[in-house]
Design a protein around this ligand. Structure first.
Ligand code: XUL
Ligand code: CO
Length: 434
């Protein structure tokens, strides 16, 4: 039996770019072929359980605006929440979802009670997933909202909190495994610090490194085939976070011996907070071989805060997918809408329209990226810019020493002439596709 939350809202279907129906897809056409693969298989969309169903609409100055019928702390409300969520997945035909433990189950009075609640709701989800066909892209643990995490989870100065965090992640990995999740994500919102006056940074990093090793060991122990992903973010809620950006995560992964075991889940808004662009973070990850999945959203460029809005900028999204396609596409990863509607967007219709818009923006970005790759113009420009490296002198140089190179510069009287980087010409080229 269905709930009446989305009453009157039909399944969203593809009607093409000329349709004026605001509740239809204009660009996302799941079966359309893009570079020899279905669009839905490229994009692998997921809805985030937390933003759409657990977030009450608060901001630092005011609390709940949404007043959803499933808000509350009982298992009955948790089941109602799941019923509504799966109805949304169905309306949107979104193939995947993602969750935190705290989004889907009420907190108990003890760890054991929270775990019982989680296991019960996971069973409920399992049945719904079987009947609807919706799949789990990734699961994760919320180790940042409850006050016990205020000084960190795996980086907490209190070893009992480290223990609680280990037990929590074990239970969330079990839940993810049980639901056939394709990845497991760790975002450490409180894995950082407010002030060095009370923080032993070296010890905290070592604890986090050991913790991540435990996660990888447990993954192999239970035979979880999904990827383990760190989600970089520079700050917020912690003033300084240990997983600042992709490059920082990579050196952490290397230092703690986890190369080949751990990849990254890159979020657009987090890239911006780190002073990067989304495509910079994605290209860094692809060049290091650690691209796992993406959290698609956008930040407000004026507020300097992680506003988690739905994407609405085709050129930004196109360049992101350009690098993803160049890397061979998303593998176990997907496009998770880690995005929430604004707190004034009260209606069920707003929730659906937001996802439709985000999916359409991504579809346009993907098509533009594919067209640029098929045209080959950017690749040609790159090949030309680096073509000097094809020469014998240049290739030999990589195997020679500083003094040998010195001798050649003197002998050949080398006098390199600067050449245009052609940035505007390339930007104009991109503009033809977006
Ligand atoms: C927080 C954030 C999280 C992670 C999962 O900024 O992005 O929602 O994606 O914990
Ligand atoms: Co995220």
């Amino acid at each position: 039996m269905s709930t009446d939350f989305f009453k009157g809202i039909d399944k969203a279907v593809y009607e093409g770019p000329d349709s004026t129906n605001p509740m239809a897809f204009h660009h996302y056409n799941p079966s359309e072929m893009v570079m020899g693969k279905r669009m839905d298989e490229h994009l692998r969309f997921a809805a985030a359980y937390w933003h759409s169903f657990a977030w009450p609409g608060g901001d630092p100055f005011g609390g709940e605006t949404f007043q959803r019928p499933w808000f509350g702390d009982s298992m009955e409300k948790a089941r109602l929440k799941a019923d509504v969520a799966f109805e949304m997945f169905d309306i949107l035909n979104v193939p995947y979802f993602c969750f935190h433990d705290a989004d889907m189950r009420p907190e108990g009075d003890s760890f054991a009670e929270s775990l019982r609640n989680l296991e019960e709701i996971v069973d409920y989800f399992g049945t719904k997933m079987e009947t609807t066909g919706t799949k789990l892209l990734w699961g994760t643990a919320n180790m940042f909202s409850h006050r016990r995490w205020m000084s960190g989870a795996a980086t907490n100065p209190d070893p009992e909190v480290f223990a609680y965090a280990a037990a929590t992640v074990k239970s969330c990995m079990d839940a993810t495994h049980r639901l056939g999740g394709e990845n497991y994500v760790l975002w450490g919102g409180r894995e950082g610090y407010e002030t060095l006056l009370n923080t032993d940074l070296t010890q905290e990093l070592d604890h986090l490194g050991r913790f991540l090793n435990m996660v990888v060991e447990y993954k192999h122990k239970i035979g979880f085939k999904g990827a383990i992903l760190l989600e970089p973010k520079p700050q917020e809620p912690s003033k300084h976070q240990y997983d600042y950006d992709v490059a920082t995560c990579f050196s952490f992964i290397q230092k703690y011996g986890l190369e080949g075991e751990v990849k990254v889940n890159i979020e657009q808004g987090h890239a911006i907070l780190a002073g990067h662009s989304f495509e910079h973070e994605i290209a860094t990850a692809t060049s290091l071989g650690i691209l796992g999945s993406i959290d698609m959203n956008r930040n407000d460029y004026q507020s300097g805060w992680d506003t988690d809005q739905f994407p609405n900028n085709v050129p930004e999204v196109a360049l992101a997918y350009y690098h993803i396609l160049q890397d061979g596409g998303l593998k176990t990863g997907g496009t998770n809408f880690d995005a929430k509607i604004r707190r004034q967007s009260l209606d069920a219709e707003d929730l659906i329209a937001a996802h439709i818009g985000g999916m359409d923006i991504c579809a346009r970005g993907l098509k533009a990226a594919a067209a640029m790759i098929e045209d080959g113009g950017l690749q040609q420009a790159l090949d030309q810019r680096y073509s000097g490296w094809q020469s014998d002198n240049a290739t030999r140089m990589m195997d020679s020493s500083l003094d040998e190179i010195f001798d050649r510069v003197i002998a050949d009287n080398i006098d390199p002439q600067p050449r245009s980087g052609r940035q505007e010409i390339l930007e104009n080229y991109v503009n033809r596709f977006v």
